[in-house]
Write a protein that binds this ligand. Structure first.
Ligand SMILES: *Cc1c(COP(=O)(O)O)cnc(C)c1O
Length: 223
């Protein structure tokens, strides 16, 4: 099952500019190993403790992406290995990432998470907040953090027009930030959007990272 589902996504993404983040939250390590054996290399978890517990059990060449809200006091638990924190929503978090990454003499990548959904429960920055961060002296002094793009979670709706509008909004933010702050930085190139239910639209609207869990592993059991 896992292998067939991953093969399906690998085929969907072949020849596109988009890569798959296999969302492994709630699943046991043997399932993650099966996904790895089927070719998955980018893994997404939304909880620090869960990611830190699984990482030592699995091959070292996995790129670990944190996709859930991150409290600053927990950065230290994943700083030795995390590849990208997709949920960067404050300067305070960036400063803590810098401090912890420096301790391990490495660079942690980050995506700025934006609020694009209609529901106001969804977290994330608005454009002026992101610009305030990018214009700050403190941001420009970071040496162990590298922003590589943007991320957002769309509204949970079957309404394709609305989803497209939200994905276009995120892409617009990306284009603006790219032009204003990262024009000569080739590594600022990621637009992380699209999940099991809406990844097709997200790819059409320019996603470079889809985050897919249930379409690969089946429904999650949170017990
Ligand atoms: C769980 C999760 C996903 C994957 O959701 P599925 O619907 O299972 O594909 C993607 N992004 C974030 C931020 C998540 O928390």
């Amino acid at each position: 099952m896992i292998q067939e589902n991953l093969n399906f996504f690998q085929q969907q993404l072949a020849g596109t500019n988009c890569r798959l983040v296999t969302v492994t939250k709630t699943h046991a390590v043997d399932k993650l190993q099966q996904a790895y054996d089927a070719g998955a290399r980018l893994f997404g978890e939304n909880k620090v403790q869960e990611m830190a517990a699984k990482q030592p059990e699995l091959p070292a060449d996995i790129e670990w992406h944190l996709i859930g809200h991150l409290q600053t006091n927990k950065v230290k638990y994943i700083a030795p290995f995390v590849h990208t924190i997709q949920s960067v929503d404050s300067l305070k978090l960036l400063l803590e990432m810098e401090k912890q990454a420096a301790k391990h003499n490495r660079v942690i990548r980050g995506l700025l998470q934006f609020h694009i959904a209609a529901e106001d429960t969804k977290t994330g920055l608005i454009l002026p907040e992101a610009e305030e961060i990018l214009q700050s002296e403190e941001f420009r002094a970071l040496r162990h953090v590298r922003l590589t793009g943007v991320m957002a979670i769309a509204t949970n709706t079957p309404d394709e027009a609305q989803l497209r509008q939200e994905f276009q909004l995120l892409r617009g933010y990306f284009e603006q930030l790219k032009a204003r702050y990262f024009a000569s930085d080739d590594e600022f190139r990621e637009i992380s959007m699209g999940m099991s239910s809406d990844y097709r639209l997200a790819i059409e609207e320019g996603s470079t990272l889809i985050r897919v869990g249930s379409a690969i592993f089946g429904a999650r059991n949170y017990q």
